[in-house]
Design a protein around this ligand. Structure first.
Ligand code: PLP
Length: 408
């Protein structure tokens, strides 16, 4: 049964919200996504009817809350095809997941004389934590450059990976929309004996994820970009790796025993979940995963490819050389995220004029300053779409850009 995306949009109450009595056109989904009723309702229902601590108290309500929380973990595990829910750790967001990788796995495995490989299209969350540890430990960071058509230049990858202990890369650029060949990158990492760490923030919400088929070692992503609430992220890692990794944060929930002179860790994945977790938000993420699974991730991807085609044509036919889209032209190689330059108008001015038309895009460096320097821009305007976006969002953008032309 094919999905009716027009009806599906009605499930997102924020999209019916009006500003100054006029509709809004939300084109900032790479930043954060809107939430469907089922997610909002699941969280409200849980707080109204089932709220209780998890993992600590043994009364029935608390046991039910623990079951719901662990149920959400199982949903996430199935969504990414993890071997077991023991491999799914809940964090605060993808940034915390990546910091956990660096501070736990990195601190235990990297030292002077070692090297890791990143790419020129990483988000700061997959750069700065490594730089912080590299300053302390003295290992080398190597970089995979870009081709002129905004792909990763893999021509020297084997050489870059020689002797490296980790290769950490994004599965989809949050600036360029480029979709990276995750299977190939994981295989190259393994051939060199390196651990393959995927920043899945931009791809997990938009296309099917199968960590086993990828043959990845670790994956980080955020709930709030995939129809779930803020405050929850996920770190998935192969069980053997998690088993060998030291805990990241210490405290309640992550121990099996504590004495005055020592402690022992709890079983996976609790070893990495110190303190009271975001119980309500995890329940919400579980509902988001149910929602996306019902739609079907291949349907989401198909819808977004249609939008990419529509937006590309609409923007370039109307504005020609006045618009420069930084990213691959082939819709099969990109997500529905368009970073662009419009004439020589500053992206902040572009976004301000668009805002007057209730067209919401992000302007700035998108937390990817090294990439911005490489593509020769201080900032870009970025319009990014999701499963609830439609052609009227694109039409509104195209029309409002006409006003930018008039003003500047
Ligand atoms: C590719 C990528 N990685 C990491 C992050 C960080 O995600 P969060 O801010 O949810 O931790 C983002 C957020 O925009 C992103 O796009």
């Amino acid at each position: 049964m094919s999905i009716n995306f027009a009806t599906l949009r009605n499930e997102f109450p924020m999209l019916a919200h009006r500003v100054d009595g006029k509709p809004i056109y939300y084109l900032d989904s790479a930043n954060t996504s809107h939430k469907p009723n089922c997610v909002i309702d699941s969280m409200a229902r849980f707080m109204r009817e089932s709220y209780s601590p998890i993992g600590r108290s043994s009364y029935r309500l608390a046991a039910d809350a623990s079951t719901a929380y662990e149920g959400a973990r199982g949903k996430v595990a199935r969504f990414i095809n993890a071997r077991s829910s023991r491999e799914v750790v809940f964090t605060k967001n993808a940034t915390e997941s990546l910091n956990m990788v660096v501070q736990s796995w990195g601190r235990a495995n990297l030292g002077e004389g070692d090297a890791i490989v990143l790419t020129h299209m990483e988000h700061h969350a997959n750069i700065v934590p490594w730089q912080m540890l590299a300053k302390e430990k003295g290992f080398e960071i190597r970089w995979v450059p870009l081709t002129s058509d905004f792909q990763l230049d893999l021509s020297s990858l084997d050489q870059l990976l020689r002797g490296a202990k980790a290769f950490a890369f994004t599965s989809m650029s949050n600036v360029l929309g480029t979709i990276n060949p995750v299977n190939e990158l994981c295989a190259a990492a393994h051939a060199a004996g390196a651990v393959a760490i995927v920043d899945g923030c931009q791809s997990v919400p938009h296309m099917a994820t199968d960590v086993q088929q990828w043959n990845a070692d670790m994956l980080a992503f955020s709930s709030h970009k995939m129809c779930g609430p803020t405050g929850v992220g996920v770190l998935w890692a192969r069980e053997e790796l998690l088993d060998a990794m030291p805990p990241f944060l210490g405290g309640g929930g992550m121990i099996s025993e504590v004495r005055l002179d020592d402690f022992t860790c709890a079983e996976l994945p609790h070893k990495f979940e110190a303190g009271t977790p975001a119980i309500v938000e995890v329940i919400g993420l579980g509902a988001a995963v149910d929602f996306l699974s019902q739609v079907g991730m291949s349907e989401v991807r198909r819808h977004e490819i249609d939008l990419v085609n529509y937006a590309y044509r609409a923007l370039t036919e109307r504005y020609g050389d006045d618009i420069t889209i930084h990213g691959p032209t082939n819709p099969e190689l990109r997500g529905a995220t368009f970073s662009f330059a419009f004439r020589d108008v500053h992206p902040h001015d572009v976004s301000q004029v668009l805002d007057q038309h209730n067209v919401y895009v992000r302007a700035g460096h998108h937390c990817a300053k090294p990439l911005m320097r490489i593509i020769g821009a201080n900032a870009t305007a970025r319009a990014s779409m999701y499963l609830y976006s439609n052609e009227s969002d694109v039409d509104a953008l195209v029309e409002a850009l006409g006003d930018v032309s008039t003003i500047f």
